[in-house]
Design a protein around this ligand. Structure first.
Ligand SMILES: [Zn+2]
Ligand SMILES: [Zn+2]
Length: 294
């Protein structure tokens, strides 16, 4: 049984409309497809769903669900940003939308030591001055690493995982997005080492926060699909630590285009099996259940 809960479309920064994404998922044999547009932020970005279109988004996804019933279940979700001190899935800002589930994701890092973004601090063009998203181009990542951290990538890594652990502790979501997204612009460990005690301790703070929760961690193949990474998130050693703590997983495409939906699914399933997982967690319209991993 194929499931995917991480799907973008042209309501946010996806390249295709929601109907095309659903059609591609159906053709690829998915039984459950969850849409997860980037939820509106308290400031404008080029990649989020506009707040004024939330209702239209919900209605469109529900209509697509009716078109594909009963062959494929289509769920309404959002990928909700956690920005330390500013917003997060626990705010309940989207409770009125009637979501089937949500993904909690950290894209933004806010340098510790800098003033917390309790009030919105934006420059003249609406760009936040309190931090930046690590989910960007290598060029932009490097520029922000220099301007916010003076090039100290280890400090950035510490702040990223502190935010991820805080996001988990705050809760309010079902699936944790792309656990080690901070490695996206670190191909070949070119910006920071991922084999140091400091890196391991930082990542483990988020692993430990997940222990005992019912949060599902996604194995995310979106970086591979976009040619940014050679393996899914999270790294194999993190998956093993998660399994040792009984944390459930699913495999998600983080698809921004139809061709992202199926291409790397096997890599995700392999990563799960290699970490010792025997089951995937699934969310359906009627609740949670498990899918055995063969
Ligand atoms: Zn994301
Ligand atoms: Zn996403």
């Amino acid at each position: 049984m194929h499931t995917n809960y991480h799907t973008h479309c042209d309501f946010c920064d996806g390249k295709a409309d929601a109907r095309a994404m659903a059609g591609a998922a159906r053709a690829a044999g998915y039984s459950i497809l969850g849409f997860s547009s980037h939820a509106p932020l308290p400031f404008a970005t080029p990649w989020e769903l506009e707040a004024s279109r939330l209702e239209e988004y919900a209605e469109t996804i529900r209509a697509i669900g009716r078109e594909h019933a009963p062959g494929m279940e289509v769920l309404l979700g959002l990928e909700i940003d956690y920005v330390e001190g500013l917003c997060g899935p626990a705010d309940g800002r989207f409770e009125g939308v009637g979501l089937d589930y949500s993904i909690g994701s950290v894209h933004y890092v806010t340098p510790s030591g800098a003033p917390r973004p309790s009030a919105l601090a934006l420059d003249g063009s609406g760009v936040p001055t309190f931090g930046f998203t690590v989910d960007e181009s290598q060029e932009s990542f490097d520029a922000h690493l220099a301007s916010f951290y003076g090039g100290d990538a280890d400090a950035l890594v510490a702040d990223y995982y502190a935010a991820l652990a805080a996001c988990v502790r705050a809760g309010g979501f079902d699936i944790l997005g792309h656990f080690d997204l901070v490695t996206k612009n670190n191909r070949g460990q070119s910006r920071f080492r991922e084999d140091t005690d400091a890196y391991r301790d930082a990542a483990m703070s988020a692993v430990d926060a997940l222990a005992g929760t019912d949060v599902i961690v996604e194995i995310n193949t979106g970086g591979m699909a976009r040619g940014k990474t050679d393996a899914p998130y999270p790294a194999p050693w993190i998956l093993k630590e998660l399994r040792a703590r009984g944390v459930g997983i699913c495999v998600n495409a983080d698809a921004h285009a139809p061709e992202h939906l199926a291409g790397f699914r096997d890599a995700g399933l392999r990563a799960a099996a290699e970490a010792g997982y025997r089951r995937l967690e699934a969310i359906g319209a009627s609740g949670r259940f498990a899918i055995p991993l063969e």
